[in-house]
Design a protein around this ligand. Structure first.
Ligand code: TXA
Ligand code: MG
Length: 338
């Protein structure tokens, strides 16, 4: 299959919408990462997403809507908490897990009776959903196991020959995937993102839990609250270790390890202080810039042929917590205190 790559404009949006209505899969930009979209009401179309990604059958997808009128197509019971959060954070990088309707294609929720729903803020994503007139199931548009794509070129590298069309909307402004919160039972953050647990708690006027699997590996045999938690994610080919400590300690530790294939993942401007080649991911005290750069940096390390990577540890406040969560998973939870 030929894979078209088109800039976002009214013509390419109409083409994407026509493909989606015919049950095809199209990659679209969103404010978080690029998504691999298909009609959420069409089982065959949704199955094509799983095939294109090589995604495990038991990992559910997020349904993207462009208006509150579309919400009842996906969610069966809509608690007042969901309406409060929608008012505060939609359109935007927040996914809510709610009881699902029977109308959705079964594979969307991979056997669960709940579904993750999000109203994206990116104008191109909104335009495609509106033009198709359908809720769109869309996971991140990477091959299963690779870092999420934050440019159309990342999508092309993973999806060439697998899907008919990629819409190019430039760099994803947020850079990490949406916050996922379940509203079935105690509100619990299953995946941190740009919208933080504290911001959600403020809107709900009560405590919000954060699933333990966000910062610690699942114990053997432990059932995950979100199926995505059990998969090795964002995993570059290199073995990554996060080093907790200051820049001087980092440089000293890495100097003793410097051989071919050893790289550092550091903050902008630190390259001259580190005795191995570096790839940067944003500015030291600016987690938003780290979020925007992280997945691209992980792909660059692979392209450079890095075998062993030592990473500077991000802070954990604000979106920094999401950056730390993604880096932890890329590092398979290897963290060293210096
Ligand atoms: O920012 C995003 O959310 C991007 C863009 C494209 O919208 N999408 C995305 O989708 O990251 P995906 O499929 O890569 O990640 C969805 C995550 C997975 O970890 C999945 O296990 C979890 O959400 N999830 C989806 N539905 C769920 C459900 N019903 N219950 C619990 N977790 C769910
Ligand atoms: Mg993903």
């Amino acid at each position: 299959m030929d894979t078209g790559l088109l800039a976002v404009n009214p013509g390419s949006v109409a083409k994407a919408a026509a493909l989606l209505r015919r049950g095809q899969v199209v990659a679209i930009p969103t404010e978080t990462v690029y998504g691999l979209a298909a009609n959420a009401l069409d089982e065959k179309a949704v199955e094509r997403i799983f095939t294109a990604k090589g995604r495990p059958q038991d990992n559910p997808l997020i349904v993207h809507i462009d208006s509150m009128e579309m919400l009842p197509m996906a969610a069966r019971k809509i608690p007042k908490e969901a309406l409060l959060l929608a008012k505060a954070f939609w359109p935007g990088p927040l996914t809510m897990v709610l009881p699902r309707t029977a109308r959705l294609a079964p594979s969307v929720s991979a056997g669960l009776d709940t579904v993750g729903i999000r109203m994206p803020a990116h104008p191109a994503a909104r335009a495609v959903i509106a033009a198709a007139g359908l809720p769109l199931a869309a996971p991140s548009a990477n091959l299963s196991g690779s870092p999420s794509p934050t440019t159309a070129q990342h999508v092309l590298a993973d999806m060439k020959g697998r899907i008919p069309l990629i819409l190019d909307g430039g760099n994803s402004p947020v850079g990490v995937e949406s916050t996922v919160i379940t509203l079935v039972g105690t509100p619990t953050v299953l995946r941190p993102g740009f919208v933080t647990a504290n911001e959600i708690a403020e809107v709900l006027g009560g405590p919000v839990a954060v699933a333990a699997a966000v910062t610690a590996p699942l114990a053997a045999g432990q059932a995950p609250a979100s199926p995505g938690m059990k998969y090795k994610h964002y995993a570059p080919k290199a073995e990554i270790t996060i080093l907790q400590g200051n820049l001087a300690q980092f440089s000293h530790y890495v100097a003793a390890k410097a051989t071919g294939g050893v790289w550092a993942l550091c903050f902008e401007g630190e390259e001259t202080e580190i005795p191995v080649p570096c790839v940067t991911y944003g500015k030291k005290n600016n987690p938003a810039t780290q979020a925007t750069a992280l997945f691209s940096a992980l792909r660059t390390l692979d392209e450079k042929g890095a075998k062993t990577v030592f990473a500077r540890a991000p802070g954990t406040s604000g979106v920094g917590f999401a950056v730390y969560n993604r880096l932890l998973r890329a590092a398979a939870f290897r963290v060293l205190e210096l």
